[in-house]
Design a protein around this ligand. Sequence first.
Ligand code: CAA
Length: 691
Amino acid sequence: MSIVDQIRQGNVLVLTINNPPVNAFSPGVPEGLHAGLDAAEQDQAIKSVVIIGGGRTFIAGADIKTFDLPREQSPDLRGFIVRLDAFAKPTVAAIHGTALGGGLEVALACTYRVAVKDAMLGLPEVKLGVLPGAGGTQRLPRVVGAQKALEMMLSGNPIKASEAAGLGLVDEIVDGDLLTGAVKFAEAHADARPLPRISEKTAEGSPEVFAAAREGIKKTHRGQLAPSFIIDLAEKATTTPFQEGWDAEASLFMQAKDSPQSRGLRHIFFAEREAGKIAGLGKDTPQSEIKSVGIIGAGTMGGGIAMNFLNAGMPVMIVETAQDALDRGLATIRKNYENTAKKGRMTQDDVEKRMGLLTPTLDMADLKDADIIIEAVFENMDVKKDIFTKLDGIAKPGAILASNTSTLDVNEIASVTKRPESVIGLHFFSPANVMKLLEIVRADKTSASVLATSMALAKKIKKVGVVVGVCDGFVGNRMIHRYSDEARQLVEAGAAPQDVDAAMNGLGLPMGPFQMGDMAGLDIGYAIRQHQAKVAGKPKPDGWLDRIVEKGRKGQKTAAGIYDYGEDRKPKPNAEVTQLLSNYRAEQGITPREVGQEEAAKRLTYSLVNEGAKILEEGIAQRAGDIDVIYIYGYGFPAYRGGPMQYADEQGLKNVVADLEQYGQTPAPLLKQLADAGGTFAGWDKGAGRG
Ligand code: CAA
């Protein structure tokens, strides 16, 4: 088997691409395809050509790993497409699995496209901060019209072959064996002349369509480069000859590809996939089968967690201590589903199916048959220990015992059981049915099998699982504590809370630290600070934020926190808070100074980076990429910045260290070491700096 096999079937030459796992357009693929076209050209008996993917898919796109190679070393997709478009004999793309990006572009340059009905077709480049760079922006609008093409290219979401057939993007749906159907189709169209070429068609699209798209991306893709390029190019497809749009596409593609935004998004694409790999755990690590789930606690977290499993079709038993709490929990879950149904994203039948999988109980002993039990009760060590002691006597052997703790020591929780190897932390993020992140907390004695099973379970419920070690706050919350401290100090020094938030909004975070604090509830941090001081025998904390909480301003839930909230729930600065801040500074002898947005953004972001470096050194996270994935899926850090660690790499670690020192912070030893050596976190991940 070679990278592109040539097999004659009668008068049809079949070219099969064998480049597992996803038949990306890697080095070797264009050469193989050109050789196939050469053969078809030279052999008079060959009347048509079929291009098909071997294995599980058609071409899933350009090879993203080659994006940073010098041009002469990267596979020449555009060159191949030019030849394919001009080819004198009919060519048929036979599509199964996914035809994405460059893959769909190859298909669009073929004379015809046939597909099995569950195949998916799309141009997802925008998700990588680029645009379709091999004719997609010019050909797709010529087939489906500018409006639909923009919808596909701006969302990046693929469509089913059945829908594609309705749009004329697929010429025939093949029932049964794809290759047989494709060869038959190729034979039937062998003599069609002139050959229909998409590049010779005109594209439909009115100025209103483009104006609406430009308005739309202000909300969906604020601050991003590629989406506006896509709109400009789709517009060109409707107004200029093909060649002009094709040339413009090449130059805008290069501009987008070489931007930090695309580097950030590509980093996250690979980091997300790497995060699923656990050092020291082979693919053959035994996993247990999870068919039923027990959840302790029907509050906001417990209910949200339950919904993930119900959505995946798994039966869930949910435990509470009192009937009214149980009823409330169930009612909330139902209400959430019914709201989704009202928006048309689920049928009433789906709601009932999910609710039918949910069994409420007041008796923890009912969890005796569950394959995994997740505790989601109040964040208190004694309460959790009590529950795990009980669970140890109830759960069947081999069941996974998980805690949803966001900060507590999972080793200590495991220590009360006789089976610490079965205990793990599964830290969901609120709202647990929405947020994609799952921190999988590996305790000292957690077994490899429990870890591997938990990672697989994360995938099953469509979460991005990231393995972290035990420490206060694990990765995400430990870093956010440092970040919140820094934000408080900025205000103490003289910044207005709204300016600090604006600095982070400017970086693309939907919420700055104070908007986030108000949303989460200021009383939570307050209680933690008070508790920690008490335990440490320190005086009662009395910072400006503590004083705000003591005025009853707890955040959005009281319509007043650092900001005021009206009907529109938009944060508005409050005069009383402004006064409280100046009184506080005066009392502390602080002369307020102007804090610029640049300083605020740097101090906040680099406080995350610095803590992240410590986390890496301590082995709490496996990779800098894991930290980035956590920040993007758990804390709203914009994916196009690649996460805080990638952002630091982009700024240059030497500059990060210099800024940290200028702002009076001590750079973490690993950060300093990498900066001194001219290294990066990405390089460290690849093993460059690790022993
Ligand atoms: N290039 C390089 N590697 C790729 C790749 C690509 N286009 N697509 C997937 N891979 C790799 C993944 O990194 C992963 O590698 P590891 O096993 O080493 O981690 C492996 O293939 C399998 O991928 P998934 O784990 O994602 O497998 P899946 O079955 O869940 O999903 C998929 C398959 C839907 C194809 C998904 O991988 C995907 O969405 N890939 C990206 C598709 C894409 O964006 N294509 C456009 C590329 S840009 C382009 O084409 C530009 C242009 O116009 C010139």
